[in-house]
Design a binder for this molecule. Sequence first.
Ligand SMILES: Nc1ncnc2c1ncn2[C@@H]1O[C@H](COP(=O)(O)OP(=O)(O)OP(=O)(O)O)[C@@H](O)[C@H]1O
Ligand SMILES: CC(C)(CO)[C@@H](O)C(=O)NCCC(=O)O
Length: 527
Amino acid sequence: MTSWKARVPAALVVPNSLGDSLPLHMTPPPDSLVSPVDSSFLEGASSLARFGLDIGGTLCKVVFFEPIITAEIQAPAPSETPKSRFSRESFEDDNVVAPSVEPDDASNSNGSHENEIWSDGKKDFSMFKSSKPTPKGVNKGGERSKREHSRQLDRKMWNSSHDPVHIPGRGTLYFKCFETWKMEEFLALTKEHSLVKKGRALGATGGGARKFKDHFEQIAGLQLERADELYSLVRGIDFLARHAHQESFEYPAGSFRGGAIQRPLKEISDDEYELQAERRASSSTSSQDRSKSNEDMNGTEALRRVVKGPVLATSDIERLGGPQDLYPYLVVNIGSGVSILRVDAAERFERVGGTSLGGSTFLGLTSALTNCTTFEEAINLAREGDSTQIDMLVGDIYGGDYTEMGLAATTVASSFGKLVQPGRREAAMQTPQHLSKAVLLMVTNNIGSIAMLHARAAGVHQIMFTGSFLHENELAMRLLAVAMEFWSKGNIKAVFLRHEGHAGAMGALLSTLDPLNPIDKLLLDAS
Ligand SMILES: Nc1ncnc2c1ncn2[C@@H]1O[C@H](COP(=O)(O)OP(=O)(O)OP(=O)(O)O)[C@@H](O)[C@H]1O
Ligand SMILES: CC(C)(CO)[C@@H](O)C(=O)NCCC(=O)O
């Protein structure tokens, strides 16, 4: 297997200029509820904080490391010369900006600010950590409640669902995100809050790290140190799986039985499957035989794909250990689109495929069909939906199971297939929940199907599903877990990440660290 470096074309590692396309012309989607980027996002961030950004097609993910400065690396008082590698000055030489918010009590018993500035727990980071949106001027009239509503959604997204990760003796990682179309606002805030001292590089990945490179430089005075997005993803998964407590998890095998999975109506053994495959290979190539062979293959495959409708399962999940438990594995990153990688070892991977039917397909189609405006709304609708009102099932076609081919009556035969029937479309438009659920099933099942084929082709037994599409998306995760378990007869399992969308930003943060810098070493030595 070739390492990523050999496979990334030069254009991916050489920063690309946007030429004179500045200034930014980014407008929010017309129907969207406009919620400003929360400025408390940046207020109170430590001058020593390290940031990693993953600027994707839909979301910009941010990982923020707040180091613990222990006695060993604490700066000496100014009188203590000569300047050491660990002194405040040396940090500043390294382009760390002076804190924008001084501690309440600006001096300590040594007459120095150092301890309060550098010691953990003295400086007030609460605004950043809690990520409570700072109240801002509210638009007149009905805009107010819309904004409030939207803020609540943002708050949930930024606040409650992504727990910080404490790395003992080193510091804490925080996880945030905002929609990429708010980049202009983010850049203005970045400048306002002196996120990083001018000239210091900021670790960034994702398509936006290339697209917005010049904007960062010209608007915020920040240089982006770009890392390849899939390299960052793999590196970030590795780091998080190793360091974040109970980061990766799976649904225990068999937890969906007795409700989730219907036994195939006609079970075939692996031997029989192989036999049929051999027969197919040696069969005549006449067009008639070929089409019969295809039918047979589809039917045989179908036997392995009988997954029943609503997923009923225990909410228990099994926590896994570090990445050593995973290699080799497939990563299926469900972002706006989907990338599929085979990972053989730390930093050794290959992009083996992808699909454009991803998270933004779910959100885009759902919003077109239901007028919902946020991901959270779309997911909440789907939770209450009944997709059998929208999808054409095997039972709708056969009047029951298609026994010969092992297709249960409840299997979706054609996503959205019922809408062609008279009156159905009009009825469906009144039930956004059903529509949203049908879109979610369609996109998720399609991804699961492609993932399974790639897992088989790559000969792996574990698939790590990541990407913000899975954010608080229990329905999709369970569907994927059921599908992988069922189709592989338990040989291939689905694994998930608690910080599902932030692995890329984590990897970008790691890429920008300098092994000679004592703060950076805190994280690098841990990795
Ligand atoms: N608050 C949110 N706003 C918009 N989409 C969200 C939100 N939360 C989760 N999502 C889902 O996450 C998807 C984006 O995932 P992610 O951030 O991993 O991808 P991306 O980096 O923006 O895209 P890509 O990697 O393809 O450039 C969206 O398409 C949507 O399905
Ligand atoms: C283009 C990227 C890599 C950007 O993250 C992603 O959206 C993706 O993998 N899309 C699917 C492209 C494909 O069809 O393979």
